[in-house]
Design a binder for this molecule. Structure first.
Ligand SMILES: [Zn+2]
Length: 159
């Protein structure tokens, strides 16, 4: 089954890494039905919520019933696939991957829940406003920021 990676590119100032923290971190996505191509409004999935897939096919983080063709499909966050974004490395980096059955995420939006860590290991909650976050690290007397979050989805090879 197709696996899809979410890659992001982030500009950050005086920050070492940025990551999605907690099993309740919500990935807000628009999803394209693999059968008819219909695209949903914003929906979200997180690792905490699971639903049963019809026909005893186990659990998924989200089951979608296409509004247009009625087909059921599902998507899950792959266990252990979440990694922090390494600011120094830069460029697009994969931060999570999804197991997709009969659908495909086509858009992602970050609506908060990210944590930024400074070089010295101090953590800040990234509270985005219009996609940007600015704060001040009192310990280091430096301004810190996270801006320009871009993303792309990448098809991955099977397991
Ligand atoms: Zn459909």
């Amino acid at each position: 089954m197709p696996r899809i990676g979410l890659e992001v590119s982030i500009d950050a100032e005086n920050i070492a890494k940025v990551e999605a923290v907690g099993n309740d971190f919500r990935y807000f996505v628009k999803i394209c039905c693999g059968a008819c191509g219909e695209i949903t409004d914003w929906v979200y999935l997180d690792q905490e919520d699971t639903v049963e897939v019809k026909g005893g096919r186990g659990l998924a983080n989200m089951v979608l019933n296409c509004k247009l063709c009625g087909r059921e499909s599902n998507i899950s966050i792959e266990d252990g696939s979440r990694v922090a974004y390494d600011v120094e490395k830069g460029g697009f980096q994969q931060i999570v991957s999804f197991d997709c059955r009969g659908l495909e995420p086509v858009e992602w939006e970050c609506r908060g829940g990210l944590v930024a860590t400074t070089e010295k290991g101090k953590k800040f909650e990234v509270e985005l406003e219009d996609g940007e976050w600015y704060d001040f690290d009192d310990d280091a007397s430096e301004s810190i920021s996270v801006t320009n979050i871009q993303n792309q989805f990448k098809k991955l090879k099977g397991k």
